[in-house]
Design a protein around this ligand. Structure first.
Ligand SMILES: Nc1ncnc2c1ncn2[C@@H]1O[C@H](COP(=O)(O)OP(=O)(O)O)[C@@H](O)[C@H]1O
Ligand SMILES: [Mg+2]
Length: 261
């Protein structure tokens, strides 16, 4: 579809030029966006989502394959170049999950089959704790269930080439698995996160400060090992959490130590 997006940077909150002048992200690359609260992470996501052309507070410009996107791409909601997931998203529709999925798939020109619906439900249920039935009414899903369904929907129906994820830390879903679902096949994925487990999925980290891109940090060899250790620890926490949730006792033999330790 396209091979890269470029960010021509603008100005930070003080009106100073951003420290990084130019950033190119290729199809298939995963970047995380890090920085303290108020440092401009959501603004960067929003500039990309809107395909800003110097018309946002930052003055950034976003290019696709070196060119400003056409008006139709920028303003046509059907072009769906970008899919965004954020913490506070919930479904506002009073309809069963199944009807929504059929409606959405048809609107995207997909052939709706029993297999397609099944695949989405299976994916959503692999992320959510409490099982989602296709007869459940959307507005009655929990926050975690809504997010799980949205992620499955974005991954399987929308299939947008650019995926932006803004702080899904406390979303009540298996975040690591969610990233696996979203980062399949040649997509550009940008993840805003404070969570080392998610931040280290990216090959590079965009460091935000004072509203500007302050630095780009590449994942180091040591961090590749650190990532494995952090994943094992998270896995251990997950096992313990599930034991407690389901009313059982934790057994020491079930807690395995990080492989790299
Ligand atoms: N370069 C900038 N120039 C002016 N305002 C900015 C800039 N970057 C961010 N802001 C504004 O600063 C506020 C905090 O930014 P935000 O992106 O929400 O931070 P974060 O998501 O890191 O907590 C927002 O109102 C945002 O629009
Ligand atoms: Mg934010």
């Amino acid at each position: 579809m396209f091979s890269k997006i470029s960010i021509l940077t603008g100005y930070d909150k003080k009106g100073q030029a951003e420290a990084v002048e130019y950033l190119e992200i290729n199809a298939g690359e995963i970047y995380s966006i890090v920085g303290f609260t108020g440092s401009g992470k959501t603004q960067l996501i929003s500039d990309i989502e809107q395909m800003a052309q110097g018309d946002s507070v930052t003055g950034r410009r976003i290019l696709i394959d070196g060119k400003a996107p056409e008006y139709t791409v920028r303003y046509n909601p059907e072009s769906k170049l970008v899919a965004q997931l954020s913490q506070n998203m919930n479904f506002a529709l009073e309809m069963p999950v199944r009807d929504f999925l059929i409606m959405h798939a048809e609107s995207r020109g997909l052939e709706v089959s029993e297999n397609l619906i099944e695949e989405i439900m299976k994916t959503a249920n692999s992320l959510a704790g409490e099982r989602i039935e296709d007869t459940d009414i959307l507005t009655r899903l929990s926050g975690g269930q809504s997010r799980a369904l949205m992620i499955a929907d974005v991954a399987i129906i929308s299939n947008s080439p650019i995926i932006l994820v803004d702080e899904i830390e406390n979303a009540g879903i298996d975040r690591r698995k969610a990233m696996d679902v979203l980062t399949r096949k040649g997509k550009i994925v940008l993840i805003v996160t404070h969570d080392p487990q998610l931040a280290l999925i990216g090959s590079k980290r965009i460091v935000m400060s004072n509203g500007g891109i302050a630095d780009i940090v590449a994942l180091s060899d040591e961090e590749v090992i650190a990532e494995r250790m952090i994943n094992s620890i998270t896995e251990m926490l997950f096992v313990a959490q599930n034991k407690i949730r389901s009313g059982q006792s934790i057994q020491l033999s079930e807690l395995t130590f990080p492989e790299a330790l």
